[in-house]
Design a binder for this molecule. Structure first.
Ligand code: CP
Length: 311
């Protein structure tokens, strides 16, 4: 396969296995380039990309922007906090105005689940979902899976544990879709109150006991407690959450095996992960961030190829 089966990247659930394999192959090539002294290629110099962020972001926003610049695209950035959204402008009107400036690709982060799908049905531009509420975060799942493949050589058969606030996590949902498609076993661990009711339909099981769950796993992808999305208290206090579901060095040392620690960021140090675990040799958290640029370059390159084929 030489290009994606989809016209937009809206979620992992819309991708085929061959799409993911193609993205990984491209990302490997781009990773070699961005580790050279001259990190830039001219591939997208005729493409304009708008990064529209209606929610806070550090890693995703910066790595999309860097990926675009490494590919020589023209880039404009938008943050809702300093935009005319605050004067009542709708998402659709905002995007139509951006597209009137001859933009080819929209990268969208939005608090509403389904915002990217909505846009894709109402505008004529390529859309990349950079995280939509509690729904999906496809580029995060792809960079997570790519990082696992890079460390272990293959994903098939690996046991991946997702720990924490699965209920509010777009990272968890996209990771489950992506890793299962690639042949990993995926289970989750955390308070029952932070598990979605439809967990069975995703083909994953729930561990209540963190130590047992870690003994089962090869890799633990640890999530942040998303207080900003919690309208009620799902557990008594962060202190108690940390005592039962936080991972520290003492817990890891008590296991009969070594496991790899991942985290999508931002980390709440001392809550879901202790600082010594986040910074330990078992952690590949900064490798994930590094791979985010190559993965996003691959996706933008492949979507831009579709625009060029239609011109
Ligand atoms: N992983 C992730 O989406 O981080 P940001 O919110 O900082 O982009």
């Amino acid at each position: 396969m030489s290009n994606l089966s989809v016209d937009n990247l809206l979620g992992i659930k819309y991708l085929k296995l061959q799409d993911i394999e193609l993205i990984f192959q491209m990302a490997s090539n781009f990773k070699k380039i961005i580790n050279k002294r001259i990190k830039k290629v001219p591939s997208l110099r005729d493409i304009t990309i708008a990064n529209l962020f209606f929610e806070n972001s550090t890693r995703t926003k910066l790595s999309f922007e860097l990926a675009e610049k490494r590919l020589s695209a023209d880039v404009i950035n938008f943050s809702s906090s300093v935009s005319s959204v605050n004067k009542g402008e709708t998402l659709l009107d905002t995007v139509k105005n951006v597209l009137a400036m001859k933009v080819d690709i929209i990268v969208l982060r939005h608090p509403n689940p389904g915002a990217s799908v909505f846009l894709s049905r109402n505008i004529n531009a390529k859309i990349v979902n950079a995280g939509d509420g509690t729904h999906e975060h496809p580029t995060q799942a792809l960079l997570d899976a790519f990082s696992i493949k890079e460390k272990y050589g293959e994903i098939k058969g690996k046991r991946v544990l997702i720990v924490g606030d699965v209920l509010h996590s777009r990272v968890a949902l996209s990771n489950i879709f992506c890793l299962k498609m690639l042949g990993a076993e995926v289970n989750v661990c955390g308070p029952s109150s932070l598990m979605p009711k439809y967990l069975d339909t995703l083909g994953v099981s729930h561990f209540s006991n963190l130590k047992e769950a870690l003994e089962w796993s090869d890799i633990a992808n640890v999530l942040r407690i998303q207080l900003e999305r919690q309208e009620v208290n799902y557990f008594p206090s962060l202190r108690e959450y940390s005592m039962i579901y936080g991972i520290d060095k003492t817990l890891l040392d008590s296991l009969n095996k070594e496991i790899t620690i991942m985290h999508p960021g931002p980390i709440n140090r001392g809550v879901e992960l202790s600082a010594d675990v986040a910074d330990s040799k078992h952690s590949i958290i900064l490798n994930q961030v590094e791979n985010g640029v190559a993965i996003r370059m691959a996706i933008l390159y492949l979507l831009a190829g579709k625009i060029k084929n239609n011109k």
